[in-house]
Write a protein that binds this ligand. Structure first.
Ligand SMILES: [Zn+2]
Length: 258
């Protein structure tokens, strides 16, 4: 057996048992065990790890450790300003698309409201979720740590908060999505894209109070739901402005740590 010392930074500590948080962790391991396996032994889904340094040098998940190696693990953080070769994954998520599991339907609707492609599946098994995430290059959103530990999964994100708005804020801060918001461009109901439509084409579907008060309309290309900028629109715009202004989390901490 060999021994290595691990140190986890920021939110990765949440996955550790209380006695292991914010301190060095000594792990005994077989010499041929890949780093990927040791990280999951600690209870950390590898999808949550953005950057691995071994003795100060960036490495990948298949690295095998030698006696006495020091391993630093940093969580996923898209805004981290490091050179590309330090990144664990090969492509950054600059056009993120999401897949929400059965417990995150509201989060999926909020993501759609902000213009993100967010598929929601509430009646399929874990294996299908992983397959869809892979096939469609989606980031799997879940509160199920075991699901994130599936080997075939390449992009996943552990959702910490309980309330949907807090989940949304956490995700925007964590992935630095504030610059990518395109609100009111996607259907909250089915994830379809909205296109502007002439009033005349939809007038038959409108309640009379809407027909009299509004002239601009949008229709979902997926389910044909018609949208207009009703009384909720101003309130939502204020909320979107707040979301756009959210600062990415832990930026200063990362710069210090690196
Ligand atoms: Zn729709």
């Amino acid at each position: 057996m060999a021994r290595a010392v691990f140190r986890c930074y920021a939110e990765l500590n949440d996955f550790l048992s209380p006695g292991r948080r914010q301190r060095d962790i000594e792990l005994e391991h077989a010499p041929e065990a890949p780093l990927r396996h040791l990280i999951e032994t600690l209870g950390i889904p590898r999808t949550e790890v953005e950057l691995i340094l071994v003795n100060g040098v960036s490495v990948g998940l298949d690295r095998r450790l030698a006696e006495g190696d020091r391993v630093s693990l940093y969580p996923l953080f898209e805004a981290l300003d490091v050179s590309p070769e330090l990144r664990l994954r090969t492509h950054p998520l600059r056009d993120p698309r999401f897949l929400a599991d059965a417990h995150l339907g509201k989060l999926a609707r909020y993501l759609r409201l902000l213009g993100f492609d967010a598929r929601f599946e509430n009646d399929c098994g874990d294996q299908t979720l992983v397959q869809v995430a892979r096939a469609e290059h989606r980031i799997l959103l879940t509160r199920d740590r075991a699901l994130l530990m599936r080997r075939e999964l390449t992009h996943g994100c552990y959702i910490r908060a309980g309330s949907p708005w807090n989940q949304l804020e956490g995700l925007i801060r964590r992935l630095d999505l504030g610059r990518l918001l395109r609100p009111f461009t996607r259907c909250m109901r089915c994830n379809g894209v909205l296109a502007s439509v002439d009033k005349g084409a939809v007038v038959g579907q409108l309640p009379s109070r809407v027909r009299d008060a509004f002239d601009l309309f949008w229709r979902c290309e997926g389910c044909a739901q018609v949208y207009w900028r009703g009384s909720h629109y101003q309130r939502l715009q204020r909320r979107v402005a707040e979301l756009r202004a959210l600062t990415p989390c832990r930026a200063s901490l990362y710069k210090l740590s690196l």
